[in-house]
Every structure is written in C-alpha cells, then in structure tokens.
Design a protein around this ligand. Structure first.
Ligand code: HEC
Length: 106
C-alpha cells in the first residue's frame, strides 16, 4: 500500500514534468535560482546579490530582440552575477520562447 502511494506520487511528478516545455525545464534548472520561477528577479540568490537579477517580465527585457536575449544568455553580463551559459542553439531558442511567456499582457 505504501509503495502504491509512492508510485502514484512519482507518476504525478513525471506527468507534471512532461507538461512543461523544454524551455521551462531549462529555465527552472539554470535561471530560476536568480531570476525566480516567475522571472521577476526574486530567486533564492537574489537577496545575496548587490546587482539584482533582471526582471524578465519587465518591458525593458521583453523589448529586447530574440537575438539580443540569446547573446546575453550565451555571453553573460560582465560585472554582474549573470555568467555566460553554454547552451545549444536549440536550447537557446526554447529558453527565449519560454521567457516570452513572461511578457505582460498588453
Ligand atoms: C547567479 C545568478 C543568475 C543566474 C543563474 C542567471 N542570471 Fe540572468 N542576470 C543575473 C543578474 C545579476 C543580471 C544583471 C541585471 C542587471 O544588469 O541589472 C542578469 C541579467 C539577465 C538578463 C538581462 C541582461 C541585460 O542586458 O539587462 C537576462 C535576459 C537574463 N539575465 C537571463 C537569464 C537566463 C535566461 C538565465 C538562465 C540561462 C539566467 N539569466 C541566469 C543573474 C543571474
């Protein structure tokens, strides 16, 4: 009975995981510690940083082109905790697609 409950929990977790896009999974794994799960820049590390992680839901960020966002992610931002991330083009594309879901409704 106990293991039945456990497999049920595991199944739900797996299904939940599968319902997320590659971009979201990647974001939660590599970016959310700083930028927060909802992209607002309120991740776990944010309070430890002098220069706060960017609010990815903001217009400033959303107004950047896809190419700009990919460049920032790949190269990082000097003098900040935003370090370069070595990702494939496919990963970059799915990440940027997910970041676009943070755009405020206009
Ligand atoms: C260790 C913390 C940390 C992690 C991890 C991190 N960032 Fe950042 N990010 C920052 C900080 C700090 C800034 C700088 C904000 C500023 O310059 O005002 C930033 C800036 C940015 C910017 C805006 C850059 C600009 O030109 O203003 C984008 C877009 C961004 N991050 C996306 C991401 C993505 C996508 C990931 C995951 C692949 C990620 N970040 C991972 C801390 C982090």
């Amino acid at each position: 009975m106990k293991s039945f409950g456990l497999s049920l929990i595991l199944m739900v977790l797996v299904l939940y995981g599968c319902s997320k896009s590659e971009g979201q999974l990647l974001f939660e794994r590599t970016c959310a510690v700083c930028h927060g799960l909802s992209g607002k820049g309120d991740g776990f590390y944010a309070k430890k940083l002098n220069i706060k992680p960017a609010d990815l839901t903001s217009e400033t960020i959303q107004n950047k082109s896809d190419a700009d966002l990919k460049k920032i992610i790949l190269e990082g931002k000097p003098e900040t905790a935003m370090s370069p991330h070595q990702l494939s083009l496919e990963e970059l594309n799915s990440l940027v697609k997910f970041i676009r879901t943070f755009a405020p409704a206009r």
